[in-house]
Design a protein around this ligand. Structure first.
Ligand code: SER
Length: 313
């Protein structure tokens, strides 16, 4: 039986993956951790952990006889630009501590998320290939790109079974995102229900790759369940979900809330969005482990609004 440690369990993705893993394996077999105490602490074992604390990480692995780590703690694209050197340190040292622990303690598997932020202004923007030009221009993107190479290095040199997905912007109702460029696509639903209006920090025609959380969680678990021999990518897999612009998202919300209005006030995040693809080619993930998204914009919108509504009545 595997014993899993989730690092960054209080974040947008960590909240959902911790819950999904606990439903699968039983709460006692999934230890959640974060620098802050989180509500995942109430549903099972929890440890406070700063991922830059290598000894602390080692102690937790030994204490619970951890065999797998989901290392999700990171500083995202928009927040990273406010403190670039700290973002680099946290994102890189965190990953290297986890990879080293996996090597030293012979852990079975590691999951680490990468991002569409590995791409940059010189990348082909439509149907971005798995392997292509990557010249990221955010510190977050630079750390994810370097991280991908470190994952491949630990796999090739030391046999560490580390797996990764380049997530698009993730949209869910259980937790808020923490300082990314795609955050508008979550906030817009909250503001639509709260005050019938939203001011978007991106232009109306800014297409970005996005994904509804149930697809992201299922895809992650499917990748982790896949036979190691079938995986041809040890940097990180492209994964496409839904591509849309703020204008299209507004129209989808107006089908449910006809009076909803949107205004636009692009800020520094516009340049980041402009440097990222409109949609990515995920044919390698489809071939290697049968990836297939289920949600489109309308189905996601219906589900988001239905789940968020009770909080705003
Ligand atoms: N959603 C993330 C961000 O905007 C992308 O990985 O930073």
């Amino acid at each position: 039986m595997d014993k899993i440690l989730v690092i960054g369990a209080g974040g947008q993705l960590g909240t959902e993956l911790t819950e999904a893993l606990r439903n699968r394996l039983g709460a006692q077999n999934v230890v959640s951790s974060d620098v802050r105490s989180t509500h995942s602490a109430e549903a099972g074992p929890f440890e406070k952990l700063d991922v830059m604390d290598k000894e602390g990480l080692g102690r937790i692995i030994d204490k619970y006889k951890i065999t797998q780590i989901y290392h999700l703690a990171a500083i995202l694209s928009a927040n990273g630009e406010k403190n670039p050197l700290f973002a680099w340190r946290l994102n890189m040292e965190g990953l290297l501590n986890v990879l080293e622990a996996a090597r030293e303690k012979n852990l079975h598997k590691i999951y680490w998320p990468s991002s569409i932020a590995v791409f940059g202004p010189t990348t082909p923007m439509e149907n971005t290939p798995q392997q292509t030009v990557m010249e990221p221009n955010t510190v977050y993107g630079i750390s994810k790109q370097a991280g991908e190479q470190w994952c491949q290095y630990y796999f090739e040199k030391f046999g560490v079974d580390v797996r990764s997905i380049r997530y698009p912007g993730l949209i869910g109702y259980k937790a808020l995102p923490g300082g990314g460029t795609t955050d508008y696509a979550v906030d817009i639903y909250h503001q639509a229900l709260k005050q019938n209006a939203y001011t978007c920090f991106l232009r109306e025609d800014s297409y970005l790759p996005m994904m509804y959380m149930p697809d992201a969680v299922r895809g992650t678990l499917e990748l982790m369940d896949a036979e190691a021999d079938n995986l041809t990518i040890r940097t990180s897999y492209n994964l496409n979900g839904i591509s849309f612009s703020p204008k299209e998202m507004t129209a989808a919300i107006q089908k449910h809330i006809p009076g909803f209005t949107i205004g636009y006030a692009p800020d520094f995040r516009q340049a980041i969005a402009d440097s990222w693809p409109d949609a990515v080619d995920d044919s390698v993930a489809r071939r290697d482990w049968n990836w297939k998204p289920e949600y489109d914009l309308d189905r996601m919108t219906e589900d988001m609004l239905a789940n968020l509504q009770p909080a705003y009545v």
